[in-house]
Design a protein around this ligand. Structure first.
Ligand SMILES: NC(=O)c1ccc[n+]([C@@H]2O[C@H](COP(=O)([O-])OP(=O)(O)OC[C@H]3O[C@@H](n4cnc5c(N)ncnc54)[C@H](O)[C@@H]3O)[C@@H](O)[C@H]2O)c1
Length: 453
């Protein structure tokens, strides 16, 4: 436990839910990243390259600076200005190329970070595995069900280490949630809710297009590999998430984070059995293929999961996840987890006795009192006390997730989010879209590795 600063307290207040007057606040302490605070032996250094240095690629390069014992040795992107952006992010004039095959040919590269649009994940990851590189691949792992299984096969065949990039599974807040869930503090959980909401052009993927974007500065043909041919279109290149040729809309972009967090906390690693979706495109009618509101209910063997995304109101902000248990409710919002016990102190069931005559009601109450002797008043929990757990200001689950990957590269131990985990959550996204676009209940057939309507 660390004392709370005023800033931390303000942040917790913004992130906490259901925290009434009575709540206990705990500041979580991140584990030091391996090697932090001391020199890492040269033999222990991991040399990596980044393939795809757009928005996410640059964020990952920036976060890698906090991971001890790793070194970026080259970067790759189809758009020339992103070479410079990557060098700025990594604060070094590393070699830059448009061709990822050149990166894979380099002997000094142990591992690659793959942060290209989703339709290219399969090609780049399979080639990287074949070239003997370990892979950190951004979420969602696959663009299609077939792509996911091809990636799983390539990782196994190449005996590679793989991490999929839903960084929340490395967060100390999610680790605490997993601990609470498995301790039984929530009782039995039959319903889990999650959402991800935005209300801005960037939130709806209407990103500004850089003024130097052209066929001269971008390798458009390489971008199209794995997608239908079309003339150069900067909107498609920079706002690829809007189009089914390259992305999977809200499900692939945002449900994947919610599903990964839920699977991690609940300790499950499976595809949901079925999904039902509704939604619509109401506001961002710019030629996109995907809805701006989607709501999906998933069936798992022991609980149901209800998710939605709305690009037309940012709601609480963040990505709230709520586990509703018979003994308590656990909600995560931003970097804060709030656990609120349910009031389950024994009481007579008086509601329906309003329709009983007094003699029967009184007899029931008298009998209940005899059969349920009450503890002394002071032994009762008179107020429901929430417990809040929060990460310190500035905590980065992205660096923690990268550190987990790079440590696995060194030790050859499994990562926290390997290709099987990533495949399962990505299929969950494909189920949601299948149900939405086919207006049907989408069912997962694990034997056939296929979705049926
Ligand atoms: N984990 C997260 O929170 C998070 C956040 C944002 C994005 N992402 C994921 O990261 C990936 C990239 O998203 P983004 O927002 O950075 O997109 P982006 O469009 O900003 O960047 C993608 C870059 O990949 C490059 N590229 C495409 N094909 C390539 C190839 N064959 N070789 C080399 N470079 C290639 C493009 O030139 C582009 O610059 C996506 O899978 C996305 O879902 C994850």
């Amino acid at each position: 436990m660390k004392p709370l600063t005023r800033r931390t307290f303000m942040r917790i207040s913004a992130g906490s839910v259901a925290a009434g007057a009575s709540s206990k606040i705990n500041l979580l302490e991140p584990a030091a990243l391996r090697g932090a605070g001391r020199a890492v032996a040269p033999s222990d250094r991991v040399r990596f390259a980044s393939i795809g240095t757009g928005t996410r690629g640059c964020e990952l390069l920036d976060a890698s600076l906090a991971v001890p014992g790793v070194e970026c040795v080259a970067v790759c992107d189809l758009y020339d200005s992103r070479h410079q952006a990557a060098q700025e992010a990594v604060q070094k004039q590393v070699p830059a190329t448009r061709s990822y095959k050149e990166i894979l040919d380099r002997k000094d590269v142990d591992a690659v970070i793959v942060a290209v649009p989703d339709h290219q994940h399969r090609r780049v990851v399979v080639d990287a595995c074949t070239a003997g590189k370990d892979v950190y691949c951004e979420k969602p792992m696959s663009h299609t069900v077939e792509d996911g299984f091809a990636i799983v096969d390539a990782v196994r065949k190449g005996n590679r280490i793989m991490q999929v990039g839903s960084q929340r599974v490395s967060s100390i807040v999610y680790e605490k949630a997993r601990e609470l869930y498995s301790s039984g503090a929530l009782g039995e959980v039959f319903l889990i809710e999650g959402s991800s909401n935005r209300n801005s052009p960037s939130g709806a993927w209407v990103y500004p297009i850089p003024p130097d974007a052209s066929e001269q500065t971008i390798d458009w043909n390489a971008f199209l590999v794995g997608a239908p041919q079309r003339p150069f279109d900067a909107v498609r290149f920079f706002r690829w998430r809007c189009f089914a040729d390259y992305g999977e809309g809200l499900a692939g972009d945002l449900f994947v984070h919610l599903l990964s967090g839920i699977h991690f906390i609940a300790g499950i690693n499976e595809v949901p059995q079925r999904a039902q979706s509704t939604g619509g495109l109401f506001r961002w009618k710019d030629g996109r293929d995907f809805p701006d509101v989607i709501e999906t209910v998933y069936d798992y063997p022991n609980f149901r999961v209800s998710l939605y995304c709305n690009l037309n109101n940012s709601n609480q902000g963040g990505e709230p996840i709520k586990f509703q248990g018979t003994k308590g409710t656990m909600e995560i919002l931003n970097q804060t987890l709030t656990f609120t016990p349910q009031d389950i102190t024994p009481k007579p069931e008086t509601y329906s006795t309003k329709g009983w005559p007094a003699r029967l009601r009184n007899a029931y109450l008298a009998r209940w009192a005899t059969e349920n002797p009450q503890p002394a008043p002071l032994d009762y929990q008179t107020t429901i006390q929430s417990e809040i757990f929060t990460a310190p200001a500035g905590y980065s689950d992205v660096s923690a997730h990268q550190a987990n990957f790079f440590n696995a590269v060194r030790t050859r131990q499994a990562t926290v989010e390997n290709e099987v985990f990533g495949n399962h959550t990505a299929i969950g996204c494909h189920l949601a879209n299948y149900a939405y676009f086919h207006k049907t209940i989408a069912t997962w057939d694990g034997d056939a590795k296929a979705i049926h309507g």
